[in-house]
Design a protein around this ligand. Structure first.
Ligand code: 13P
Length: 252
């Protein structure tokens, strides 16, 4: 039985003070001792410590939006896996489509970051997903399986891995993949994992859906057999909406 996992990816939003306010509001919406499913929040780097302090004593986890594959050195603007770990993160998101689209991330750099993050004891959310052009060209399956295979090249132990399927055309657009469209790709991802790691390991890996998840479509998506939660962008910036999505997952 896979526990559902919901993570709010705040992207480049909120100052430290705004982040703290949002985290506090989410905690109060969920109520003390919430444990219906696994939940995480991914603020910007400067806000990690403030949000982490607020999450102490709760079941909610602190998540970083990215990390570099070197420990330290001349990499202006980057933050290493050991730094986000030391800041209190238990998870890190790697390979988000915005990183791939705007910051030159490739399957190879995603792979390096995943290996480093896992070696530092971080759990990893690896993002995959096709663009609209790729979907229309009928190559969704090929693109996503290549992202999974190349992203996990040389990674022997995936027990600390979560995969997020985020179709690029559904991110921030208000267009959600239908639950059937999402399930089809989640099923394909699990089939790739079965080939790489065997049935027993693959059946334990959570696969989140991301792309315009809202309170109104969350329950239908999370009811699908291979959709094990969500990576939430825009809706995670509203405490009420984020809490409603979390509750939908907890009730599945
Ligand atoms: P939206 O929920 O805003 O579409 O963003 C999804 C996402 O990219 C989460 O990482």
């Amino acid at each position: 039985m896979r526990t559902k996992i919901i993570v709010g990816n705040w992207k480049m939003n909120n100052t430290i003070a705004e982040s703290a306010l949002l985290a506090r509001d989410v905690l109060s919406e969920l109520g003390e001792g919430f444990s219906g499913c696994e939940v995480g929040m991914a603020p910007t780097y400067p806000a990690l410590q403030a949000v982490g302090t607020l999450l102490e004593g709760s079941t909610l986890q602190l998540v970083a939006q990215n990390c570099h594959y070197e420990n330290d050195g001349a990499y202006t603007g980057e933050v290493s896996a050991r730094m986000v770990k030391a800041a209190g993160c238990s998870f890190v998101i790697i390979g988000h489509s915005e990183r791939r689209q705007y910051f030159g991330e490739t399957n190879a750099t995603v792979n390096l970051r995943i290996k480093k993050a896992l070696s530092e004891g971080l759990k990893v959310i690896m993002c995959v997903g096709e663009t609209l052009e790729e979907r229309e060209a009928g190559v969704t399956g090929a693109v996503v399986s290549t992202q999974v295979r190349e992203g996990l090249e040389g990674v022997d132990d995936i027990s600390a891995l979560v995969i997020a399927y985020e179709p690029v055309w559904a991110i921030g657009t208000g267009k959600t993949a239908s639950s059937a469209q999402a399930e089809e790709v989640h099923d394909l991802i699990r089939t790739v994992l079965v080939k790489l790691y065997g049935e027993a390991v693959a059946s334990e890996i959570r696969i989140q859906y991301g792309g315009s998840v809202k309170p109104s479509n969350a329950a239908e998506l999370f009811a699908m057999p291979n959709i094990d939660g969500g990576l939430i962008g825009g809706a995670s910036l509203s405490a009420a909406d984020f809490a409603a999505i979390i509750k939908a997952a907890a009730e599945c």
